[in-house]
Design a protein around this ligand. Structure first.
Ligand code: GLU
Length: 484
């Protein structure tokens, strides 16, 4: 049975790369009826915090990446880590190293001065047994170092294929610090092998840790998992993903009006593809199609416009009941009156959501289109005012006569409304857009809306009249202001 894990260090929020790693593991587990474990790697006490653990869990929950069993914490396994280290020491595969951090630092600097990389020279490996015993008995502090084998370490990586680290590239590495705390490579092997992890799927940045972990697995006589290292994520400019390319924290996308479904879909396509040209995929389609072998070796590109597009598609196809709470939350943050009215009129809210949901790419944009149906716009979008109400007096005059004609337009049907609007445009010898755009701005407070006659029907005659009245007051104030 497949058993995978996501093992974040709680030293920051859940970032895009971490969420993608979690997702690939989760998909692998769900695709094969296996298990997905969550282990918080909190051994670095100074940098870990409960707050980070909470935001990571929050992010996973938002994405719907559920784990099996209880969350485990690496720091709870310290005794087992030490016991595994002791096993390695007593079999002679690890040895006490008395070199102090200060000495090691000096040697590292010396190596750098000479233009080379630092590798531990193995001096404590060669200490006579009697001396080792004597120094330990005298209470001298020591770390435990793993004996690197004098041969290459190879494995078949599920993503990269055959990988091999030559013998010379691996020095004897520390597994237990002199204060008795385990080093990541030991803790992770101890935890993964104890919990029966079959596949270790993680970021490329861990590639150089893998040979060390394989050395520990072998020395402990435990079965190796399958390793797979997923590629880096780069910005569209080919540079390492950074804030310049968009938010890095997954929950920031929730806060900016993205649906978890869209985010999940987007993350899945970062370094993986179903092998055909499908892009928009549901959670179950993703689970059905996910294959580790199809994870690409080359770096993935983080393209925010693709996320926006996916989100727009998810909004357009979501049902109003699903979008309603998100829209109401956003209205509560931005437009109290509209939130109040919309929450009183749920059936109307559903109809309006269905009417406007086709084009907005975020929940924020969707809410901005819903708001004017429930409250007179508090402001008019500046760019649209400049474009469609260029001269206040002319715009007011046009909207005034349109208002009069609409007052006598009946039935209030799309066809009849269209006749009224086009009739006015024809009389004035202008294109219909020159009437529709100023009207849309009056109704919506912004330059975008779905097809205007459907919008008018949704507003009804009373609200339409009220919105145009408000726009006329605004234009009057603007007209009496300076510069007009
Ligand atoms: N805690 C490590 C990290 O956050 C992950 C270790 C692993 O997946 O093996 O990078």
């Amino acid at each position: 049975m497949v058993r995978v894990r996501f093992a974040p260090s709680p030293t920051g929020y859940l970032h895009v790369g971490g969420a993608r790693t979690a997702l690939f593991n989760w998909l692998l587990a769900r695709a094969s009826g296996g298990e997905f474990l969550l282990r918080i790697e909190d051994t670095d006490r100074a940098r870990s915090s409960d707050e980070h653990t909470r935001t990571i869990i929050d992010g996973l929950r938002w994405l719907g990446l559920d784990w099996d069993g209880a969350v485990t914490f690496q720091a709870d396994g310290t005794q087992r880590h030490a016991a595994d280290a002791a096993t390695l020491a007593s079999s002679g595969q690890a040895y006490p190293c008395f070199c102090t951090p200060g000495e090691l630092q000096k040697r590292r600097e010396e190596a750098r001065r000479q233009g080379g990389g630092f590798a531990y020279d193995g001096r404590c490996r060669r200490l006579p047994q009697a001396e080792v015993r004597g120094r330990i008995d005298a209470g001298q502090k020591h770390a435990l170092r793993m004996r690197a084998p004098g041969e290459p370490v190879s494995w078949h990586d599920a993503v990269h294929g055959q990988m091999s680290f030559p013998a010379g590239s691996l020095d004897d590495f520390i597994i237990l610090r002199s204060d008795g705390t385990p080093v990541y490579n030991l803790a992770v092997v101890s935890d993964d092998s104890t919990s029966g992890v079959t596949h270790v799927i993680r970021g490329d940045d861990h590639l150089s840790n893998t040979p060390k972990q394989i050395i520990i697995y072998r020395a402990l006589g435990r079965a190796l998992p399958v390793f797979g290292h997923v590629p880096m994520i780069l910005g569209p400019d080919g540079k390492r993903l950074s804030k310049r390319h968009g938010a890095l924290s997954v929950t920031a996308y929730r806060d900016e009006g993205y649906l978890p479904r869209a985010m999940l879909n987007f993350l899945a396509l970062l370094g993986w593809s179903p092998g055909d040209d499908r892009e928009l995929m549901s959670r179950s389609q993703l689970t059905d199609s996910f294959r580790l072998e199809r994870v690409l070796k080359k770096s993935a590109v983080f393209d925010l416009s693709k996320l926006e597009w996916l989100n727009g598609q998810c909004i357009a196809t979501a049902g109003a009941p699903e979008l309603e709470p998100l829209v109401l939350d956003r209205l509560r943050e931005t437009n109290g009156p509209a939130a109040g009215a919309a929450s009183q009129r749920r059936a109307a809210l559903h109809r309006i959501i269905d009417l406007v949901k086709e084009r907005p790419r975020t929940v924020h944009a969707l809410a901005a289109q819903v708001a004017p149906f429930f409250a007179v716009p508090a402001t008019y979008e500046a760019a649209a005012v400049k474009k469609f109400w260029t001269r206040s007096a002319e715009a007011a005059e046009l909207l005034g006569s349109l208002r009069d004609r609409l007052a006598s337009t009946r039935p209030w049907s799309p066809d009849e409304l269209e006749t009224t609007v086009r009739g006015l445009a024809a009389e004035r010898g202008i294109g219909a857009g020159r009437v529709i755009n100023p009207l849309r701005l009056a109704l919506m407070g912004q330059g975008v809306s779905p097809e205007i006659f459907g919008v008018l029907v949704a507003f009804g005659p009373g609200r339409t009249d009220e919105r145009i009245g408000a726009a006329l007051r605004y234009l009057q104030d603007a007209g009496s202001g300076a510069g007009e």
